[in-house]
Design a protein around this ligand. Structure first.
Ligand SMILES: [Zn+2]
Length: 280
């Protein structure tokens, strides 16, 4: 009984904001064709996560659980042993559902579609200004499409316009790399971080770490955020960009004291099969 009530609460808390969010995604901004329907469904799922983050009095655990369950929904295998993600890219829309991949449409267009915004949000996040850049982009996108239909490419134009310089991994001021991988592609990376300390005088320490990206083709790129936990206070140290499968160089950072732990993808910032970090 307790379990059922809990389940019902989760359902109401996630489904209600999703449907309310359709006031923007679906009603104010429509979609052009079935290829672009993820903009309505994925964005509504994403909006539900913001509701969870802000309606919980600043507690982050409901928000994190939400993204963890989105991640699992995308990576789960169907009855034929095929990961929902592998049915095809987001852009395939309703055609994702087939005899061998039933239910893939909702897992990919809704869950993975929401992850596209989630990943953009955390890439655009700034220590000083928080979500300001991301909010500006979304407002601009809504303004540009009010009572009109958006397409994947018309949304991308707004991402290109508002991206941070650090997101320009191909040096062409465009987010082609990101859309190619996450909207038009199906690759999912796996991450492993190894870290160790060296004394740096007094209570200061030098944090050393490497990040390994695997399961991806040589052209796959991503920005991986690194966080430290100072007694429950999570601080984002910075981001590492990695290309292809392999291990990064050793990064060294001086810290005022030894943190409790070092974490990558604390907010499930990057959709990954696994994000492990271990002290060497
Ligand atoms: Zn919906």
């Amino acid at each position: 009984m307790f379990g059922m009530q809990r389940g019902l609460t989760d359902f109401v808390q996630e489904v209600t904001p999703h449907e309310v969010a359709h006031q923007w995604w679906g009603h104010i901004v429509g979609w052009t064709s079935y290829h672009d329907q993820w903009i309505s469904e994925g964005f509504s799922d994403f909006s539900a996560s913001l509701f969870l983050q802000y309606a919980q009095g600043g507690k982050i655990d409901r928000y994190q659980k939400f993204w963890e369950s989105q991640r699992q929904a995308i990576l789960e295998k169907n009855v034929f042993g095929i990961r929902h993600n592998d049915a095809g890219p987001i852009w395939m829309g309703l055609r994702l559902n087939s005899a061998r991949t039933p239910g893939a449409y909702s897992r990919v267009a809704y869950n993975k579609g929401s992850y596209v915004l989630h990943m953009l949000r955390w890439m655009m996040y700034d220590q000083k200004t928080g979500d300001q850049k991301f909010i500006e982009m979304m407002r601009d996108f809504v303004k540009g499409h009010a009572n009109e239909n958006a397409s994947t490419e018309s949304f991308k134009a707004y991402v290109d316009k508002h991206m941070k310089p650090a997101m320009d991994l191909e040096g062409n001021k465009r987010m082609d790399w990101f859309f190619r991988q996450w909207v038009y592609g199906t690759e999912i990376p796996r991450y492993k971080m190894e870290y160790w300390y060296e004394p740096a005088g007094g209570s200061e320490v030098s944090l050393n770490f490497t990040i390994t990206q695997s399961d991806v083709s040589p052209t796959f790129k991503m920005i991986v955020p690194v966080y430290v936990d100072f007694d429950g206070n999570i601080v984002r140290l910075g981001d590492v960009s990695i290309s292809g499968s392999g291990t990064s160089q050793v990064y060294k950072l001086k810290l005022p004291r030894k943190p409790k732990r070092v974490i990558i993808n604390y907010y499930n910032d990057v959709l990954a099969t696994e994000s492990l970090s271990s002290a060497k």
